[in-house]
Design a protein around this ligand. Structure first.
Ligand code: PLP
Length: 244
């Protein structure tokens, strides 16, 4: 009887002691999809649900070594990237990604916690933008999108400017917007925008960005195409929000 292969996703992200965000959320999400997780920890953070008390970045060399070890230990079918902490870590991660151009990569551009603490040093924004061209999809929320672009136009204009600068696909998450629906918009080079809609729920939960990006990576690891992966992941996050 043929053995069914369970795909692995490599998560490159920070820890959050409260379990509300970061690598705990990522692993929970991957487990819900029946995907195995490998990890490269980029930073250890001390957090409660109210705030971030300390951030200790892991050395860039150690982040790259963790990634290479995970990639040699397991058949990695997708990579999910979250908190990167510093420009030097971004450069180290970019180096490893360049060795595996065939693996799909989902990047959640984590800049700050909801409580306001910076999770990426401000001088690293340029390096983060340069990493976009190595990623299958980048998933900024509206505040992150504004910080990642110098464009004053609509969110779609801002996302298009990232595409013009080399990003392959940008999913603009509408969770921070207003209106009856939470609308995420996929912007890709040469294609018309695609909207992914779910009813807006009057609840809040930490770590939904981590969940969405991990769920997309899990779906891609099963071989789904990008649009299917996004709608599957959005439905997953919506269902988690209805459980609160
Ligand atoms: N801590 C870590 C390690 C994260 O990766 C993130 C977001 O991805 C956060 C904190 C921020 O989460 P929240 O905005 O829910 O506070």
């Amino acid at each position: 009887m043929a053995m069914k292969t369970i795909p692995h996703v490599l998560v490159v992200a920070g820890s959050d002691s409260s379990g509300g965000a970061g690598i705990v959320r990522d692993i929970e999400t991957l487990a819900a999809f029946g995907v195995k997780a490998s990890v490269a920890i980029t930073a250890v953070t001390v957090q409660t649900h109210q705030g971030v008390q300390h951030v200790d970045p892991v050395s860039p060399e150690r982040v790259a070594e963790q990634m290479r070890a995970a990639l040699s230990a397991n058949p990695i079918a997708a990579i999910k990237i979250g908190m990167l902490a510093t420009a030097a870590t971004i450069e180290a991660v970019a180096g490893v990604l360049s060795e595996h151009p065939e693996i799909p990569v989902v990047l959640d551009p984590v800049l700050a916690s909801t409580s306001g603490r910076t999770l990426l040093t401000p001088d690293a924004i340029g390096a983060l933008r340069r990493l976009f061209c190595a990623c299958t999809l980048v998933t900024p929320n509206l505040p992150e999108l504004s910080l990642l672009t110098d464009i004053l136009g609509s969110p779609v204009d801002q996302a298009r400017s990232l595409i013009d600068a080399g990003a392959k696909a940008v999913l603009v998450k509408g969770g921070h917007g207003s209106g009856a629906d939470a609308i995420d918009i996929l912007v890709q080079a040469g294609d018309a925008e695609q909207s992914f809609v779910s009813p807006r729920l009057d609840v809040s939960m930490r770590g939904t960005g981590c969940m969405l990006a991990s769920a997309i990576a899990a779906s891609l690891a099963f071989g789904d195409d990008l649009e299917v992966a996004i709608s599957t992941a959005k439905a997953f996050v919506h269902s988690k929000l209805t459980e609160i």
